[in-house]
Ligand binder design. Sequence first.
Ligand SMILES: Nc1ncnc2c1ncn2[C@@H]1O[C@H](COP(=O)(O)OP(=O)(O)OP(=O)(O)O)[C@@H](O)[C@H]1O
Length: 640
Amino acid sequence: MGPTHGTGTLRTLARILARLRDAGAVPAVALVAVRLMERLVTPVTAVALAALVGTLSGAGDTGTVTAALLPLGFLALVMLAGHLGDAAAEPLEYLVSSRIDGAHRDRVARMVREPSELGTLEAPQTQALIRQVRADPEHGVETTPGDGTTAAVRVAAGLAGVAVTCAVLASFAWWLVPIVLVPALVTVVLRYRLAVAGAATWVSAIGGEQHVDVWRRANVSAAEGKDIRVFGLRDWMVDRMQSRLGESNAPLWRHVEHRLRVEWLMFVLVLVGLVPAYLLVTLGSLEGAATVATQTAVLAAGATLFQLLGNGWDLYQLAGAGRDLRATDRLASEIESAGSAPAQRVAAPGAAVGEVRFEGVGFRYPGSERMVLEGVDLTVRPGELLAVVGLNGAGKSTLIKLLCGLYRPTHGRITVDGTDLAAVDPGQWRALLSVIFQDFDRYPLSVRENVVLGRGPDGRGSGAEGLGRTGPDEVGDADLEHVARTSGLADIVAGLPAGWDTPLSRGRTGGVDLSGGQWQQVALARALYGVRAGARFLVADEPTAHLDVRTEFRLFERLADQRAERDGRDGAGIVLISHRLSTVRRADRIVLLDGGRITEEGTHPELMALRGTYADLFETQAARFRNDNRATEADRGDTA
Ligand SMILES: Nc1ncnc2c1ncn2[C@@H]1O[C@H](COP(=O)(O)OP(=O)(O)OP(=O)(O)O)[C@@H](O)[C@H]1O
């Protein structure tokens, strides 16, 4: 640890201690006071012992007990202070540490929510940083900022104790200070280095831990439990986890072996510091140059120097907290540098929004070389039902993510009424959209809450009231009933034990599990609720994939109704992705995405007349449907 390194370490210690602000003034000051008192007890005990021994050895026969009362009382007080400090320190540390961790998690959550786009968040290095910064003690080796700060208080109080101990030693003989202090300092440097190396080794093991976590979670998850049982994967998974853990933790075990070897060296250093000091003082007392009191003080104070400086666990936690601090800085700068938002955001056009245009849009995902979309020119209009069709992996969902502003085009631009979407306030823009993603979220909340979430925290569009203002329980029941009828959710709600208030999770009291198709109807109701609340575009990625053909057909009709003018306002624009071409044939316009390009565009009759890929796909699906029907009719004939 050179001078620069040393200054850096002290600066890190100061930054870690500064986190005490998050704990609140009273608990922070109380903890520092208690730890200081505790650490000062050891050198003061040496002084009290010396005073007692001095009194006992110097007093006459008769006055011994009386004379010893004062130093004895002093010693008792010091020991009592030590015990009180011990008792108060633990709950105080818990309080301080929890508050610091809570404030830290809140900061991280805000930081991670900050980017309006997903690219930064998805990057593997950002995910690794988030994991480090969260420092959730999952594997027993992570150091939370709260643990690090309370360790820093112990270390800082220990340094204060060391200063007082040195003063005690110097008051008896100044030359004792370097003799004991130098080996003690070498010990602390060695311990700190070990701690830093230990923390770094743990970081290198994170990759393996992340891999194992996937299997660990799968092993206990009810959802994956089906596959694990049916395919008999349990032993295979455990073997995989063990071999991966063995690989990734091998450096940790090597570090532990190295540490055990260095511990011996540190034991030798304790002897190097204390043996000459004790010998010199003992010789001095034999020759009459030092009193027994001096000898007692030196013996007690010398040993405590090593104790005050040498707690490896505190140093390990300190090193972990330093690492966590640096990772937090790196995460903040990654997020800041990625968020190259325009200096001034333009307000979204609001309810009167006109056209959204994709102009020569090309896109590749961050970290990937492959273009997923290329040269896409497309107009999305309010009051129109636009269907996007194409084979798997054609880029349909990606198109929707770009429309939502979750990624920015790599080439070209998307405009809203002529303004580049990149310059439009993302919050205001998204308030105009109501979206059902292919992998929509299933919240373990009541049906009512699951649907009302579609309104967003501040409502959508003009005049809509937000969740934050009214709360899910005070929503307009008429709107809820309306979207339930449109999405087909009404029949499902009628069959639930507590109707709209039934929790959609069997893990909750009175909760139920819905089928995949029923969940899709909940998600659809949520998106329709968003439209009722003022969204101007309904964007639906395979909203009917889990539904049977008849339900899907009815749903398409009701979705299409959303285009109609309502309450004097233009109808919503609908962007619908679907694989079932028989359903989308009645869309106002259909675009076919093929390999990231729009290769065909028009109405169903126009595309059929083109006799291109769309017509082929349609014919294939229609032929399969006809065959299925014939087979069903034949079956019926057999059984009739
Ligand atoms: N987050 C991502 N990072 C990198 N590549 C991605 C990501 N998401 C999708 N891709 C890739 O982009 C391509 C287009 O995917 P996309 O989900 O847009 O296709 P799709 O047309 O919606 O397919 P499907 O019909 O199967 O839903 C695929 O090759 C996919 O592997």
